[in-house]
Design a protein around this ligand. Structure first.
Ligand code: NAD
Length: 452
């Protein structure tokens, strides 16, 4: 590992990655190999957790193509120096900001969207002129092997390489000195990464998780709300960092809402027979999810099978904030419904918890929409929809507080992997005597004016 990083450092110091054309050519190459291997990428993820080609394209590969195309189109502008005005005290001079790559970056991916979460940060790192060591999650073994194969066969390891492995290998990597670490995963591992980075004062981006609430505040378009919410909750069998984790609904709307949720689940056929409903990633997670159920609160679903790894969509009613299902991020197809009479009380309860990665509000009332957006701190979200904000790369994607540090996608990804170097550029034809000895009352007066 030491050699990989030393070689990347040497390559970075050769300044080749600073050439915009080099970055564009590498991004084009990445897109080409993804397109050429698309069928194999579909097959590998299907073997890992039965994720269909449809979902693999729409939730993973399409987003990567958008990131690559956007970076190719805009990287020249993003990387160009930006002139800004100069204040009077520095007159005469020019001021500008030069974006520069940080250097050798480490990207650590999570398993639930294995291609997207590994390669989207890598694309941002390349666009910004860094070298990349990518460590995908080991849990979806087929996708991890395939990414390693196609990237390591096509890229110079001094520039972009994949290192496979689990906890031990990741910890070995974390002992090395990187110029940037970009981590996607759980909060406890995020802390380990942050501590390791602190040893070398390496800047980090942490894309973590949390419990994202969905507020249902009226029934004006309840059927539409339910349609979108059910899709978002059970997409990837609930194994989505920005899935609506639980629902907060006005008491008077709850019964009808639950009826509609059940009808929508049945219509969508999330079952073992539906070859497009994904599996839970492994036995450990099946067992973990099983422990979150309570017989008396399960009003729909609750069945799971350790052999097929299919967990039936499950709805829990009369849930309170003290229930086990409310003590951790669910990350599976279980939807707890909590009803409330006072919106202020519900908001207070959400605010007592860690800041979520997402928050969703379903309402036609703009003042209530704005109340939630104003009063609750969260990473990002949607109004009358869920999850889909991730598909627009003109907005930053990232958490706040325990749900993460920093953001990416589009230009925000470029910024995440860049340092902005500030320059004051002075001509030599004039120098004001003001700052030099001897000081005087008059000079002091002028100095005060100059800083105004
Ligand atoms: P995880 O934290 O278990 O693993 C993430 C990565 O860290 C993997 O590559 C893994 O090999 C490595 N790792 C695991 N344990 C480690 C340790 N002790 N030391 C060093 N490295 C270690 O997370 P996961 O199970 O892959 O993903 C699920 C979590 O990730 C959920 O909390 C989810 O919300 C979050 N997530 C966040 C985002 C986001 O964009 N914010 C996206 C997807 C998932």
């Amino acid at each position: 590992m030491n050699d990989i990083i030393l070689n990347q450092k040497k390559f970075f110091n050769s300044n080749q990655t600073k050439d915009i054309n080099f970055r564009i050519s590498q991004l084009k190459k990445l897109k080409k190999i993804l397109l050429e291997n698309e069928e194999r990428l579909h097959k590998a993820i299907y073997e890992d957790f039965r994720k269909s080609a449809f979902d693999n394209y729409s939730n993973e590969l399409a987003l990567l193509y958008i990131e690559i195309d956007d970076a190719i189109k805009h990287v020249k502008k993003w990387a160009s120096r930006k002139h800004v005005s100069t204040n009077l005290v520095n007159f005469p001079a020019k001021s500008y900001i030069i974006p520069e790559p940080l250097g050798v970056s480490l990207v650590i991916g999570a398993w639930n969207y294995p291609y997207q979460l590994s390669l989207a940060p890598a694309i941002a790192a390349i666009a910004a002129g860094n070298t990349v060591v990518l460590k995908p999650s080991e849990l979806p073994a087929n996708t991890s092997h395939l990414m390693t194969e196609v990237i390591n066969q096509n890229f110079d390891a001094r520039f972009f390489t994949v290192v496979e492995g689990g906890v031990a290998e990741t910890q070995q990597l974390l002992e090395q000195r990187f110029d940037k670490i970009f981590f996607t995963g759980s909060v406890p591992v995020g802390r380990i990464v942050y501590q390791a980075a602190a040893k070398h004062l390496t800047p980090v981006t942490l894309e973590l998780g949390g419990k994202s609430p969905a507020f249902i505040l009226d029934d004006k378009h309840l059927e539409m709300y339910v349609k979108r919410l059910v899709w978002a909750k059970f997409l990837n069998a609930g194994q989505t960092c920005i899935a609506p984790d639980y629902v907060l609904i006005r008491k008077s709307l709850k019964d009808r809402f639950i009826q509609l949720v059940i009808a929508e689940i049945e219509k969508e056929h999330f079952s073992v027979e539906n070859q497009n409903y994904v599996q839970i990633i492994n036995d450990k997670h099946i067992a973990r999810l099983g422990k979150l159920l309570s017989e008396e609160k399960t009003i729909y679903g609750g069945n799971f099978d350790a052999v097929t790894r299919i967990f039936q969509p499950t709805v829990l009613d009369n849930v309170s904030f003290d229930d086990p299902v409310m003590q951790e991020e669910i990350f599976g197809p279980i939807l707890p419904v909590i009803s409330f009479e006072s919106l202020d009380e519900a908001i207070t309860k959400v605010k007592k918890r860690e800041k979520p990665l997402s928050c969703y509000v379903f309402t036609q009332d703009k003042s209530l929409r704005d109340k939630i957006l104003h009063e609750i701190s969260f990473g990002g979200g949607a109004v009358n929809d869920a999850i889909m904000h991730i598909a627009n790369n003109k907005v930053p994607f990232g958490g706040v507080g325990e749900s993460g540090i920093g953001s990416y996608h589009g230009e925000y990804g470029f910024k995440t992997f860049s340092h902005y170097k500030s320059i004051l550029d002075k001509p030599t034809w004039f120098e004001a005597p003001l700052k030099y000895f001897p000081h005087s009352e008059t000079k002091f007066k002028w100095m005060k004016r100059m800083f105004k």
